[in-house]
Design a protein around this ligand. Structure first.
Ligand code: PRT
Ligand code: ZN
Length: 283
C-alpha cells in the first residue's frame, strides 16, 4: 500500500484525480473522506491543502504527493521530484507598478516587495546581489502596491490578467512551475515498486495526451514521402489495399502538428483521412 497526498480543493484537485484515473487508479469521489482507498490500485489518497503537501511527504504522513513545484521550492522540505505532470503551469514573477521605468533587478535595491513566497524570493535576490525588504503576506498580494504596503510584488502569474487589472507589469520570471509528482526519499522496497508502477502508468497517460491516431489511403508511390512527413513511434504502418497502387497508412501525430501534416499528406495524394482519439501509448 502506498499513500499519495493531493490538493483537497483548488486548482490542482480535479486534474490530479483525473490523471490518477487515466492511470487506472480510481477513487470514488462520492465516498470521499480525508483519507480514501482506491478500488483499483493499492493506494490511499490523502486530501490536504497544497501548502502542507511537501511537509506531509517529507515527514512520511504520505509517501507521494501531487503539488505545484512552486510549493516544493518554497517549503524547502527534502522530497524527490519524480515527474513533471504537465498541468497547473504558471510562473512565480516579480511585478512592479506600470508607471515604473524598470531596467534590471537592481531596481529592487532597498525596495519593499510583498509576497507569499519569501524563500524563493530571498534566494533570487541573493543570486542577483540585491538587498530588498521582503514582506510576507498570506493573500491578495497583488493589491499591496496600490494600498502602499509595498513597492512591488512577487507572486504566481498564469494568464497575467490579475496583474493587468491591478496596474502591474511582470518584470522578472523567477521560477517556472507546474504540478509535479513528489516522493519521500528512501521509500521502502514495496512502496518503491508501487511508485515505479505508478510512474510507468502516469508516463503513458501523459504521453498519449495531445496525440491523435491518423489513418488514410495513399498512392503506394507516395509512401516514401509520407514517411518523411510522419516520423511515427517506430515507423508508420503501411498495409496494401485491394485496389492496386494504393495502400492504407496508419500513424500517430501530435495534435499541434495535425493540420500541417494533413495538408502535407493531401498534397502527396492522401485521401479518406481519419483522425481518431488515442487512449494510451505504451512503449
Ligand atoms: O487551499 P489551498 O491552500 O490548497 O490552495 P491555494 O489557494 O493555496 O492554491 P490554488 O488552488 O489557488 O493553486 C494551487 C496551485 O496551482 C499553485 O500552487 C500553483 O502551483 C498552481 N497555479 C497555476 C496557480 C495559478 N496557476 C494561478 N493563476 N496558482 C495561483 N494562481 C493565481 C495567481 O496568483 C493570480 O492571483 O490565480 C490568479 C490568476 O492568475 P492570472 O495570472 O491568470 O490572472
Ligand atoms: Zn495553498
Amino acid at each position: 500500500m502506498i499513500r499519495i497526498a493531493i490538493q483537497a480543493k483548488g486548482r490542482l484537485n480535479e486534474q490530479s484525480i483525473e490523471l490518477l484515473r487515466e492511470s487506472g487508479v480510481s477513487v470514488d469521489e462520492n465516498r470521499r473522506k480525508f483519507l480514501t482507498r482506491s478500488e483499483s490500485f493499492p493506494l490511499e489518497v490523502l486530501y490536504l491543502r497544497d501548502d502542507d503537501i511537501p511537509q506531509a511527504v517529507s515527514m512520511g504522513a504520505a509517501d507521494l504527493g501531487i503539488v505545484g513545484l512552486n510549493e516544493v521550492a518554497e517549503k524547502g522540505f527534502a522530497v524527490d521530484v519524480v515527474l513533471k505532470l504537465g498541468f497547473g503551469g504558471c510562473r512565480v514573477s516579480l511585478a512592479v507598478p506600470k508607471s515604473v521605468d524598470y531596467s534590471d533587478p537592481r531596481w529592487f535595491e532597498g525596495r519593499r516587495v510583498a509576497t507569499s513566497y519569501p524563500r524563493i524570493l530571498k534566494e533570487y535576490f541573493a543570486r542577483e546581489g540585491v538587498t530588498a525588504e521582503i514582506h510576507e503576506i498570506a493573500g491578495s498580494v497583488e493589491i499591496a502596491p496600490a494600498v502602499g504596503m509595498a513597492d512591488a510584488i512577487f507572486d504566481i502569474v498564469s494568464s497575467g490578467g490579475t496583474l493587468v487589472s491591478n496596474g502591474l507589469v511582470e518584470v522578472e520570471k523567477v521560477l517556472h512551475s507546474e504540478a509535479v509528482l513528489i516522493a519521500r526519499p528512501g521509500l521502502e522496497p514495496e512502496k518503491q515498486a508501487l511508485l515505479e508502477q505508478l510512474k510507468f502508468r502516469v508516463g503513458a497517460a501523459l504521453e498519449s495526451r495531445g496525440m491523435k491516431y491518423l489513418l488514410m489511403n495513399l498512392p503506394t508511390a507516395s509512401v516514401e514521402r509520407a514517411i518523411d512527413i510522419l516520423p511515427a513511434m517506430r515507423s508508420p504502418t503501411v498495409m496494401p489495399l485491394a485496389q492496386e497502387g494504393w495502400c492504407s497508412l496508419h500513424s500517430v501525430v501530435r495534435q499541434e502538428d495535425l493540420w500541417n501534416k494533413i495538408e502535407a499528406l493531401k498534397a502527396i495524394g492522401a485521401e479518406g483521412i481519419l483522425v481518431l482519439a488515442l487512449e494510451k501509448i505504451i512503449k
